[in-house]
Design a protein around this ligand. Structure first.
Ligand code: PAF
Length: 284
């Protein structure tokens, strides 16, 4: 199978995409940090269905790692990622070095995620969402795609990117692809590989808690929280970080009187592996 071309400089990528655009071809971007799994490949398939050229960026962005986080240890294997994309002919991999993306050193100009950036995932990772938005803004400027595809699993990231695009008048359409789940219900994530068999069984409580929350939706928010917590507390190997139900418009916890479509969020540790998941639910 043919492995996709790898472009490492902004100038080369722009030259290639300018030619595609001039020929009337639609461009979609799938931003990633590599370590591609089937969840990423479903984003690539989504992109291929709506565009003629698909750019998969593979860049481990130092700006979104905190000083105590594992930037150096983060897995990088470009050849493996290229092989994973071999079934997706025509895909272009954009894999710049850190110096190419940040030629003046750590960017002084940043996009800030605001108050929502400090909630949920942002609570344990100060500055993470500012770094994420800054690199996504750069990638959108470099690629200028018609659409960019993000996975729903990272719900807070999706919310913040959608908000940035709206507030900064960026022309790209943000498309959100549904979470891909394994047969046991666990959302696909590169971190699942760290779970042993017993932990994997315990981790199933996460999607089960989301299902219980969905079923309790018509009984209101208190019933939803009780149903989800009941499932999670019943599994001693799970250390819950948060379970919350947010208004999709604001990403703030819903008030008691909220009715309609909401988003349930969960983050929990199983052993040393931290997992996140999300589902929509309807509060009646
Ligand atoms: O979700 C990710 O992998 C990263 O946050 C992203 C969007 C590629 C930005 O570095």
């Amino acid at each position: 199978m043919i492995h996709p071309d790898v472009v490492t400089t902004i100038a080369d990528l722009r030259a290639r995409l300018d030619a595609a655009r001039a020929a009337g071809r639609r461009i979609a971007l799938v931003p990633t940090m590599g370590s591609l799994h089937d969840g990423h490949l479903s984003l690539v398939e989504h992109a291929a269905a709506i565009a003629d050229e698909v750019v998969v960026s593979i860049f481990v962005n130092p700006l979104q790692f905190g000083p105590t986080e594992d930037f150096e240890q983060y897995p990088r294997d470009l050849e493996r990622d290229r092989a994973a994309l071999a079934g997706h002919p025509g895909t272009i991999v954009f894999a710049p070095a850190v110096d190419e993306m940040y030629p003046l050193g750590a960017s002084q100009t940043r996009v800030t995620a605001g108050a929502v950036g400090g909630l949920f995932e942002g609570r344990s990772r100060p500055g993470h969402f500012d770094g994420m938005l800054t690199v996504v803004a750069k990638l959108l400027n470099i690629v200028q795609p018609d659409a960019a595809v993000f996975g729903q699993k990272d719900a807070q990231q999706v919310h913040l990117v959608q908000r940035m695009v709206r507030e900064l008048d960026i022309r790209t359409r943000i498309e959100v692809a549904e979470t891909v789940r394994a047969d046991d219900g666990l959302a696909l994530s590169s971190r699942n590989a760290f779970l042993d068999e017993r932990q994997r069984r315990a981790a199933r409580s996460i999607p089960l808690a989301l299902e219980a929350a969905q079923s309790a939706g018509d009984r209101g928010i208190d019933a939803v929280l009780a149903a989800a917590q009941g499932v999670l507390m019943g599994e001693p190997a799970i250390e819950l970080d948060y379970f919350a139900v947010v208004d999709p418009a604001t990403f703030r916890p819903v008030p008691d009187e909220f009715r309609g479509v909401a988003r349930a969020l969960v983050a929990a540790r199983v052993g040393s592996t931290r997992l996140i998941d999300t589902e929509t639910l309807v509060l009646g």
